[in-house]
Ligand binder design. Structure first.
Ligand SMILES: *[C@@H]1O[C@H](CO)[C@@H](O)[C@H](O)[C@H]1NC(C)=O
Ligand SMILES: *[C@@H]1O[C@H](CO)[C@@H](O)[C@H](O)[C@H]1NC(C)=O
Ligand SMILES: *[C@@H]1O[C@H](CO)[C@@H](O)[C@H](O)[C@H]1NC(C)=O
Ligand SMILES: *[C@@H]1O[C@H](CO)[C@@H](O)[C@H](O)[C@H]1NC(C)=O
Ligand SMILES: *[C@@H]1O[C@H](CO)[C@@H](O)[C@H](O)[C@H]1NC(C)=O
Ligand SMILES: *[C@@H]1O[C@H](CO)[C@@H](O)[C@H](O)[C@H]1NC(C)=O
Ligand SMILES: *[C@@H]1O[C@H](CO)[C@@H](O)[C@H](O)[C@H]1NC(C)=O
Length: 391
């Protein structure tokens, strides 16, 4: 929370004041199938074969996305140089982070080494790229139940706050560089799909995915003083008794075989830092928001259709507290969901909600729509032409 407040004010002081929050627009309609200036293209599909050695799994994707990955890593290093101009930070990245890879659990350690080898990007920089998302992701996720009991899970992935505002282009440097790295991945074992995700090439954790006919899962950043990032620091310093958040989501998507099992793992596994997990099942009533401290699932929120709660929605604030007034994406998103009504909820109308500013903003890289009962995931690269909130 504190970090977030600091970033918001820092950024706020450098961007145009004409979009004073809350900048909201009327709920969008007719945005789907994706079209117009907020749509920058469909996301390409790849296959990752889980029967291959971890070091070989990502070769095809990285071969295609190598240049984009190199550009991204260079931009991160440039930001680091601006932040600590002596070049000391870069030295740290190249000397200390390669050693860290061996402290990461299997198969993540081997996959990261494989990505470094296939791209030619130094190992420490690939490690940095993988840690990065654990820290700076702001998003909107929701799960809604339609009148037939089908569950629809959707999210906007907003990333890059704080990461270099391009004044001339009115955009975030890192956000723009991430868009060409977005891929859909079909993870297969023995030639059949185990799970599917929307991912950034080069990143081995998961932020968005579906295990067809079983469950859907997204993760959002939780800014919190209770735990904060101390666990990540402890890991670097050698005390390693928690799990990286997006490694847990990957393990759950890959190895959990029911909604109940996924829920238990996401609720009870000790984490390195707080997080929100948004989980949907494949049966009426199965959806929840898991608000995690490092050790506990705080104040769980479940779907309760009988009592009128036909959707659950999470941005980056605890559901029992008010969002920060400078960053309220929850109220506009809920307003549009309420206006849609359960009778009309569908992939199409949920895409409309996620296309309404400021739910859609300058940080939004992609929108993913998932329908578990059809085993379906689709995603779209987004843009937010002016006037548009920077976050
Ligand atoms: C400027 O922004 C547009 C979209 O807003 C993007 O397509 C383009 O790549 C950006 N240019 C640079 C140099 O970041
Ligand atoms: C792999 O798939 C084949 C054919 O679909 C099947 O006969 C075999 O039992 C499967 N193996 C495993 C380990 O699931
Ligand atoms: C997977 O399917 C492809 C094409 O359908 C086939 O060529 C290949 O032998 C299969 N692999 C396994 C392990 O079954
Ligand atoms: C899933 O389980 C298998 C078998 O136990 C294990 O080899 C694999 O590493 C697990 N995957 C993840 C991502 O934890
Ligand atoms: C949306 O509806 C829910 C349930 O009726 C209500 O609690 C919430 O305040 C409404 N939110 C908005 C922004 O309209
Ligand atoms: C729901 O959908 C129907 C038919 O598609 C449409 O006539 C109606 O206006 C919609 N209701 C709302 C509240 O959007
Ligand atoms: C998931 O839901 C669909 C549609 O309701 C149903 O046909 C299917 O059997 C369910 N799958 C499982 C594994 O429960």
């Amino acid at each position: 929370m504190f970090l977030r407040v600091v970033c918001v004010f820092c950024v706020f002081s450098c961007v145009s004041m004409q979009y004073v929050p809350p900048f909201t627009e009327d709920c969008r309609t007719g945005m789907y199938p994706p079209n117009g200036p907020t749509f920058k293209g469909a996301v390409t599909w790849y296959t990752v074969d889980l029967d291959l050695l971890p070091s070989k799994r990502w070769t095809e994707i990285i071969t295609d996305k190598k240049n984009e990955l190199i550009n991204m890593v260079q931009a991160i290093k440039d930001l680091a140089d601006e932040f600590v101009p002596s070049g000391r930070l870069e030295e740290l990245i190249d000397k200390a982070l390669p050693l860290m890879v061996d402290t990461l659990p299997y198969p993540f350690n081997e996959e990261i080494k494989g990505i470094a080898a296939a791209s030619g990007v130094p190992l420490g920089e690939v490690v940095l790229f993988n840690i990065f998302y654990e820290i700076f992701t702001v998003c909107t996720s929701l799960v809604a139940e339609d009148p037939d009991g089908n569950l629809i899970h959707a999210r906007n992935l907003d990333f890059g706050l704080f990461m270099g505002w391009d004044i001339k282009n009115q955009s975030w440097v890192i956000t723009e560089l991430l868009k060409p790295l977005v891929v859909n991945v079909d993870f297969r074992r023995n030639n059949s799909t185990v799970f599917q995700s929307t991912n950034f090439a080069g990143y081995v954790g998961m932020l968005t995915g579906v295990r067809p006919y079983m469950f859907t899962l997204t993760m959002n950043e939780r800014f919190s003083l209770d735990g904060g990032y101390i666990g990540i620091l402890e890991w670097i310093l050698g005390k390693r008794d928690g799990v990286w958040m997006s490694f847990l989501t990957r393990s759950v998507l890959e190895n959990a075989t029911s909604y109940a099992e996924a829920k238990k793992l996401l609720s009870d596994t000790k984490l390195l830092a707080p997080a929100y997990f948004i989980l949907g099942g494949n049966q009426s009533g199965e959806a929840c928001i898991i608000t995690r401290s490092r050790t506990h699932n705080l104040n769980p929120l479940e779907l309760d259709v009988q009592h009128g709660r036909w959707y659950v929605l999470e941005t980056n604030y605890d559901h029992w507290k008010m969002p920060l007034f400078l960053d309220d994406r929850r109220t506009p998103a809920m307003k549009c969901m309420n206006q849609t009504t359960q009778a009309n909820v569908s992939i199409k109308t949920v895409y409309d909600v996620l296309s309404t500013k400021p739910v859609l903003n300058k940080l939004t890289t992609y929108t993913t729509l998932m329908e578990v009962s059809k085993g379906k995931l689709e995603s779209y690269i987004r843009a937010c032409p002016n006037p548009c909130m920077p976050w």
